[in-house]
Design a protein around this ligand. Structure first.
Ligand code: ZN
Ligand code: ZN
Ligand code: ZN
Length: 164
């Protein structure tokens, strides 16, 4: 999944990320027999506007009218819960914000590289790390229910800017 994490750093055609995310969302909803209502779709599209996580207030603030109507906060929160439930987005606990998942529906654990320069968060798969976490939990008799690993630092693009 390294190519995916690189995509977040480098200048790229982000419209392709958005298009791919929206078509995966439709597939995922069809599999789960869930409905991607216009509000859910609008919230997902907004979260996918960039690779920077968005908080609920920012989502409420930036969400364009849906079917000509301003979407009320409770509907937005319900849409966020729905998207989380289907694994289409993840919540970053440290900043209480949301980011689109590039590979929903696959068994994976969240490991994010969060850039303190540009604010981007790239989801990467780290199978070896997940194995260590699973083994450690098991040895301790701990029932692991969820995990989210956030790495903080500077992405490649921001590092390039800092290098002389
Ligand atoms: Zn992109
Ligand atoms: Zn994910
Ligand atoms: Zn950066």
């Amino acid at each position: 999944m390294l190519s995916n994490s690189r995509a977040a750093y480098r200048a790229h055609n982000h419209q392709r990320c958005i298009d791919a995310a929206m078509s995966r969302a439709h597939e995922r909803c069809a599999e789960r027999r869930a409905r991607l209502t216009p509000i859910r779709e609008a919230v997902l599209a907004l979260i996918w506007q960039s690779h920077r996580p968005l908080g609920a207030y920012a989502i409420a603030d930036k969400l364009p009218p849906v079917n000509g109507k301003k979407v009320q906060a409770p509907s937005i929160y319900r849409a966020i819960d729905f998207l989380l439930e289907l694994g289409l987005i993840h919540r970053l606990p440290s900043q209480n914000s949301y980011i689109g998942c590039p590979f929903p529906g696959n068994e994976h654990s969240d490991v994010f590289m969060v850039c303190r320069g540009c604010g981007s968060a790239a989801e990467v798969s780290a199978d070896a790390l997940n194995q260590i976490i699973a083994d450690t939990s098991q040895r301790s008799g701990f029932l692991l229910e969820s995990q989210c690993v956030e790495l903080t630092g500077l992405c490649l693009a921001c590092r390039d800017g800092e290098l002389p």
